[in-house]
Design a protein around this ligand. Sequence first.
Ligand code: PMP
Length: 298
Amino acid sequence: MSEMSIYIDGKYYPKAMAKVSVYDHGLLYGDGIFEGIRIYDGNIYRLNSHLERLYESAKTIMLTIPMSIGEMKEACVATVKKNGLRDAYIRLMVTRGVGDLGLDPRKCPKATVIIIVDSIKMFPPEYYTKGLEVATVPTTRNMSDALNPKIKSLNYLNNVMAKLEANNMGVPEGLLLSAQGYVTEGTGDNIFIIKDGILQTPPTYDGALAGITRSSIVYMSKDLGYKCEKKTLTRHDLYNAEECFLTGTAAELIPVVKIDGRIIGTGKPGPIFKKLLTEFRKLTKTDGYQVYGKGKKK
Ligand code: PMP
């Protein structure tokens, strides 16, 4: 592959030269936000939705992004074009920027904008066909009044802890519960179950990110004639589901066949999951911004 070009504050750098200051508060305090975005056959999937979420996260943490949403969109498209990739992953980060060693954000005059376009693999391919075994982990999801999981912040230690615990249990992914014991999400993905033919996913107020893949599934399932509900779920609901799957930009749609040692449904990826996956594959090539063709608004 030819040398990658990474965007930092309006300039491109080769991977080995793409660096930020050790005084950047993104590094010192995890003070910043990010998005993970996929490109499918030259289509930046739901780019506008990702940018809207980024600017919402910025508003909550009072981070001034030094460019408009339109300029950010152009920067993402230009970085994809510069790297010439048709199927890839965009990691867009905005950090608080360079400050001093204290955490006061007022000491950081300008946010740092970074755009990486590269490939990403979350899980080995066999999990997509055979299904994943997951486990609920001891670490609970951040409480909304401490650090709202709707903010896609650069501080992912809560999720990293959950991943470590899943690793220690010998399963590829962990599920985080809320402090009240309700199901929230995976370490980098949302969760759906199917019960009595109805799709159910935890509401964001139980402690989940408003996932863009999640929202695609909500709309898509309705188009396919299924009912889809945002509903508080317990582990009992998971164990007794007919089907279960995770959704995320990096993970895409991945079936779950075992949770905490309980076999889910038949123990194989279910029929509704398979239908949704087929539709999702179609949607990813059309719903978004066509980098190498005519740009679409969506
Ligand atoms: N939850 C968490 C904690 C995540 O990091 C992600 C990945 N961004 C998701 C859910 C899935 O969100 P999306 O579908 O927008 O990628």
